[in-house]
Ligand binder design. Structure first.
Ligand SMILES: Nc1ncnc2c1ncn2[C@@H]1O[C@H](COP(=O)(O)OP(=O)(O)O)[C@@H](O)[C@H]1O
Ligand SMILES: [Mg+2]
Length: 280
C-alpha cells in the first residue's frame, strides 16, 4: 500500500539504541551512543546541548539525510530510510534555490506533491502574507536580507503542511524582533493543526517557551542527561493566560525551568567539570 502521510495521524519519532560513528582516516569517533528518545505524535520537543554534542546529527537521522551506524529511527512506525514528504526540515542555513523567486521556492515542494496550480497559488499567497513577505514574491533570494531568506525557508516548510517538522536552530540568524514573531507564529501554527516538532536550539528561553519537553544532551557521546517536562507546568500554571514570550518569561515557573536547564548545560561545559583530572 502507498504510504500517505495525510492519513497518518500518529507521526511519532522514535530513536532506538542509536549509535553514529564518524570515521576520518584511521580514527573513528562515536558521536551518538545508545540514544533512546521518543517524541510522541503532536508533541513539541526541543533539544539543547553544548556545541558538537550531536544535535544536528540527531535531526539529520530523523530527516533521513544520514543513517545510524546501528539502531534505527522510525517516524509514524516506519523505519526512516531516506527523506520523505511526511517530514519537513528547516536548517539554520536557508538552502533556498537561488535561481527561483521567493514564490517559486515556496511553491516547489507543493508542485512535487502534485498539488493543483490554483491550490498552490492560494497556499503560496497565504504563507507570503503570514511571513510578511507579500511584497517580495517575485524577488530572488540574493535580493533579500538574511532574515527574509530564513522566513522564505520557514514558509516553504510550513506550506507543505507536514506531519513532522524538523528544525535545526531555525531562528538563530534572525534579529530579536523577527525571532519573536517567528516563535509566536510557530506556536500558533502548531496549535491550529497539531504536528510533531523536533526543534534544536541553543537558546534556553526559546526552548522553554516553545516546547512540551526539553531534552538536554551532554558532551559525552551525545548522552541524554535530562528530559524535562514543560507541558504540565505550562498547562497547570498561568502561562495559558499569557501568549507573548516577554510576559511568560517573567513568571516564576518559567524562571525555575530556565534556571534548571541553564545549570544542566553549565555542568556539560568542560571548564566547569571539577572532576576533570588535570584540574583536580
Ligand atoms: N559528516 C561528518 N563527518 C565527520 N564528523 C562529523 C560529521 N558530522 C558531524 N560530525 C561530528 O560529530 C559531532 C557532532 O556534530 P553535530 O551533530 O553537528 O553537533 P551539534 O549540532 O550538537 O553542534 C562533531 O564533533 C562533528 O564534528
Ligand atoms: Mg548543530
Amino acid at each position: 500500500m502507498m504510504y500517505d502521510p495525510d492519513v497518518n495521524p500518529m507521526s511519532d519519532i522514535r530513536f532506538s539504541r542509536i549509535e553514529r560513528v564518524f570515521t576520518r582516516g584511521n580514527t573513528s569517533h562515536a558521536v551518538l551512543k545508545d540514544i533512546d528518545l521518543h517524541v510522541k505524535a503532536q508533541e513539541f520537543v526541543s533539544i539543547v546541548g553544548p556545541s558538537g554534542c550531536g544535535k544536528t546529527t540527531m535531526l539529520r537521522l530523523a530527516a533521513g539525510l544520514d543513517m545510524p551506524t546501528s539502531g534505527e529511527v522510525s517516524v509514524g512506525g516506519r523505519v526512516v530510510e531516506g527523506p520523505g514528504p511526511d517530514r519537513a526540515v528547516v536548517f539554520q542555513q536557508f538552502a533556498l534555490f537561488p535561481w527561483k523567486t521567493v514564490s517559486e521556492n515556496i511553491e516547489f515542494g507543493l508542485r512535487c506533491k502534485g498539488m493543483r496550480a490554483s491550490e498552490r497559488a492560494k497556499r503560496v499567497e497565504h504563507y507570503l502574507q503570514l511571513m510578511n513577505l507579500q511584497e517580495r514574491g517575485d524577488a530572488y533570494p540574493h535580493q533579500l536580507s538574511g532574515g527574509m531568506q530564513q522566513r522564505v525557508a520557514i514558509a516553504r516548510s510550513y506550506a507543505l503542511d507536514p506531519q513532522v517538522l524538523l528544525m535545526d536552530e531555525p531562528f538563530g540568524a534572525l534579529d530579536a524582533q523577527t525571532r519573536t514573531v517567528m516563535q509566536e507564529e510557530l506556536l500558533r501554527i502548531c496549535s491550529a493543526s497539531r504536528r510533531t516538532v523536533l526543534f534544536i536550539t541553543h537558546a534556553v528561553e526559546e526552548a522553554v517557551y516553545l516546547s512540551d519537553r526539553v531534552i538536554v544532551m551532554g558532551r559525552n557521546r551525545g548522552a541524554i542527561v535530562a528530559d524535562i517536562d514543560i507541558c504540565s507546568t505550562r498547562l497547570s500554571g498561568d502561562w495559558t493566560a499569557h501568549k507573548r514570550i516577554e510576559d511568560v518569561m517573567d513568571l516564576p515557573s518559567f524562571i525555575d525551568l530556565r534556571t534548571r536547564i541553564w545549570k544542566l548545560l553549565r555542568e556539560q561545559e568542560p571548564e566547569g567539570a571539577a572532576t576533570t583530572p588535570h584540574l583536580a
